[in-house]
Design a protein around this ligand. Structure first.
Ligand code: PLP
Length: 341
């Protein structure tokens, strides 16, 4: 919680992250792509057990959990979820128990995926692990958590559930309202005139928070969301709904303009948690030109989406774009088989 936006000060919040995170120019990548100047917002450097965007989101979830005197936090996600790993870390730091639910979201994965990377860290961090057999059933996954929470309540515990599905307002998005101001401050300090911000769009908490945050402070900066889970049509609807929910949570009268919701699914195939040549190329480019590690599920896909847009001429020489590196690097070990050649 480096600099909280004045819009969110009514919400309880606990400090979990290092920040403000760095804002860096990527000169070699810029030269290589021969397009706009490319900057990166290093939200992989938020601390908290190897960092990532969830640190900003969890400051608000744990703020509420503490306010309600909860002692156990429950969350659901993919097997290699960074959210689960960082929730386990935050719970440990704040003296709470943590139960996480691994959904079978990515089919046909090997032992590295099932055991290494984030899964290893979940275990080291002491989380209790449950499994959920389906991968595309957000409501069902949330219901399973609720069932577990009910059992804990019977045992005298006070559980706090971080829901995944769209029936609950995206409290974590508030963390990206803070980040919106931070990026504008970073750019101003570096004397950079940004033309766009590129961000992964998954649950859309990050995308919605950033978009709402920018508009609330009067910035009309374009935001491009790179789809990591759903196609562009579904994701655009989700982002619009979530952004409106953020405005509503803050009791703002603001409405989401359709034209403001901008997503691309150009690099989504073959689907969530899987990746093609374009993403592997982005991972190698970042690593070999800038010594920067990005992951195959989120940050590498986002960079691949940006590279695709640059090659299509969406962003041109003379412009400046910033992509948010949301972390995810521990997942690299889960994809050892696909990345070691
Ligand atoms: C969860 C996650 C995202 C997606 O963020 P949402 O707020 O769910 O859209 C992006 N990058 C990383 C590394 C993540 O763990």
């Amino acid at each position: 919680m480096p600099n909280r936006s004045s819009f969110v000060t009514d919400f309880p919040c606990v400090k979990l992250m290092h920040g403000p995170t760095p804002f860096e120019y990527l000169p070699n990548l810029t030269r290589h792509l021969d397009g706009p100047k490319v900057y990166v917002k290093r939200d992989d450097c938020t601390g908290l057990a190897m960092g990532g965007n969830k640190a900003r989101q969890l400051e608000y979830y744990f703020g509420e959990a503490r306010q309600k005197d909860c002692d156990t936090v429950l969350i659901t996600g993919a097997v290699q979820s960074n959210f689960l790993r960082m929730t386990a870390a935050a719970a440990a730091k704040l003296g709470m128990a943590c139960e996480i639910q691994h959904e079978d979201r990515v089919k046909g994965m090997d032992e590295h995926y099932q055991k290494s990377g984030n899964v290893l860290l979940d275990k080291i961090l002491g989380a209790k692990i449950h499994t959920y057999p389906k991968g595309e059933d957000e409501a069902g996954a949330d219901a399973a958590l609720e069932k577990r929470a009910a059992k804990l309540r019977k045992e005298g515990k006070t559980p706090y559930v971080i829901h995944l599905g769209p029936d609950h307002p995206p409290l974590g998005a508030l963390g990206y309202i803070d980040c919106a101001q931070e990026i504008l401050d970073n750019a101003r300090d570096a004397k950079v005139q940004l033309d766009a911000i590129v961000v992964p769009s998954g649950s859309a908490a990050t995308h919605a928070g950033l978009l709402a945050g920018l508009r609330l402070i009067g910035s009309s900066m374009p935001v491009l969301g790179v789809c990591v889970r759903r196609d562009a049509k579904q994701q655009a609807e989700r982002v619009a709904t979530r952004t409106q929910e953020v405005f509503d949570m803050l009791y703002c009268r603001q409405r989401v303009a359709k034209s403001d919701v901008n997503v691309t699914d150009a690099v989504l195939a073959p689907g969530y948690g899987k990746f093609g040549k374009d993403v592997k190329e982005a991972i190698h480019m970042a690593a070999r030109l800038e010594g920067l590690l990005v992951d195959p599920v989120y940050s590498g896909k986002t960079l691949a989406g940006l590279i695709h847009a640059i090659r299509k001429g969406v962003y041109k020489k003379g412009q400046s774009v910033c992509f948010i590196h949301t972390g995810g690097t521990p997942a690299l070990w889960g994809y050892e088989s696909q990345l070691s050649n």
